[in-house]
Design a protein around this ligand. Structure first.
Ligand SMILES: Cc1ncc(COP(=O)(O)O)c(C=O)c1O
Length: 337
């Protein structure tokens, strides 16, 4: 039998994640929303360094760093970046020096502890070298400056882009699509929080290569839906090209749903808080206010709007982010009361 993902299997890959992650039924949340076949794909349990969606992507990005004989890796993100934390953990595991550009100032308001606990605490614990840099809408510009400085000092740095969202990183989510289809062959909808775009790009490209008709709905968590959609289209098209199905790519495969970002990256609103509370009390899932809480708010909002009324199983992906919970003590205390 021919293998639709044969090209992917030839790419260098370093094992980092606990795979496959589990697919679990969510009967109590499903009953609450009137969805019979609601499941959660537990990508919060990818294992390495407290897990999350980036570990899958890094199996490909860091294999490329090793193949390039890099002596250090550069990545970055905001203070509570889950990507930065997972890159720091992966570098510790692989014995490569990790340089993180930690961007200050993206959020208008932060809660006590935001600057020192949660992900940033783990970045330091895993031994990353922290470079304090300002937030820049061109997310990779200042990371490239760190690369240039290291090169000028005689080092061989490898840049993992913001969110590990390049076509190579997206391959991690092509494999996630394969796992989802294996566990739930008649899946009709896949829903998750979307930001730097690699997760959604990989899922859409993967389903295309597998010839599966499930629809992926990315929930905008960044309050920048046009930017997110454009990035998913760009990375997805490149990922489809890597898989050898670039001629079948269409931007119409990409859907980014708007309305659950609380109006700003890194801030929660009443819909985020309701989603976190429901997921915790009905399914014992711990969601954060920045990513998974908004992804869940989107699932709930779409279900209530009748989006899944045509039937068919819905798979929601828990993309991780739990360390971020501890950087939002006021929000979490309010919704735990
Ligand atoms: C917990 C979590 N969920 C979802 C996302 C969004 O994934 P992507 O950046 O691949 O769109 C991120 C990105 O940082 C994340 O950390």
């Amino acid at each position: 039998m021919s293998d639709a993902l044969a090209r992917l299997r030839e790419l260098p890959r370093v094992p980092l994640a606990h795979l496959p992650t589990r697919m679990e039924a969510m009967p109590r949340l499903g009953a609450h929303l009137g969805l019979a076949g609601l499941h959660v794909k537990r990508d919060d349990t990818t294992g390495l360094g407290l897990g999350g969606n980036k570990v899958r992507k890094l199996e490909f990005d860091l294999a490329a760093a090793l193949a390039a004989e890099a002596d250090c890796v550069v990545c970055g993100g905001v203070v509570q970046s889950n990507t930065a934390r997972q890159v720091a953990a992966a570098c510790a595991k692989l014995g490569i020096e990790c340089h993180l550009g930690i961007m200050r100032g993206r959020l208008a308001r932060t809660e006590p502890g935001y600057e020192e606990t949660g992900n940033i605490l783990l970045d330091r614990l895993y031994g990353a070298v922290i470079h304090d840099i300002p937030w820049d809408e061109d997310r990779n510009r200042r990371l490239r400056l760190i690369v240039e400085e290291l090169r000028a000092a005689g080092r061989r740095p490898y840049l993992v882009p913001y969110g590990a969202s390049d076509a190579l990183g997206a391959m991690g989510y092509v494999l996630a699509a394969e796992e989802i289809v294996r566990d739930c062959p008649d899946v009709a909808w896949i829903v998750h929080g979307s930001g730097s775009a690699g997760t959604q790009a990989g899922l859409v490209a993967g389903l295309l290569a597998l010839g599966h008709p499930a629809r992926v709905i990315g929930i905008d968590v960044d309050a920048q839906p046009e930017r997110v959609e454009a990035d998913v289209c760009r990375v997805g098209r490149e990922a489809a090209g890597l898989l050898g199905v670039g001629d079948r790519w269409s931007d119409e495969l990409v859907e980014v749903a708007v309305g659950w970002s609380a109006g700003a990256y890194g801030q929660a609103d009443a819909t985020t808080e309701e989603a976190i509370r429901l997921a915790a009390r009905l399914e014992a899932l711990a969601l954060d206010p920045v990513y998974s809480g908004k992804g869940m708010a989107g699932l709930i909002g779409l279900a209530r709007a009748g989006r899944f009324a045509a039937g068919g199983p819905v798979v929601w992906i828990h993309t991780g982010g739990s360390p971020g919970i501890f950087a939002y003590p006021e929000t979490m205390a309010r919704l735990s009361a």
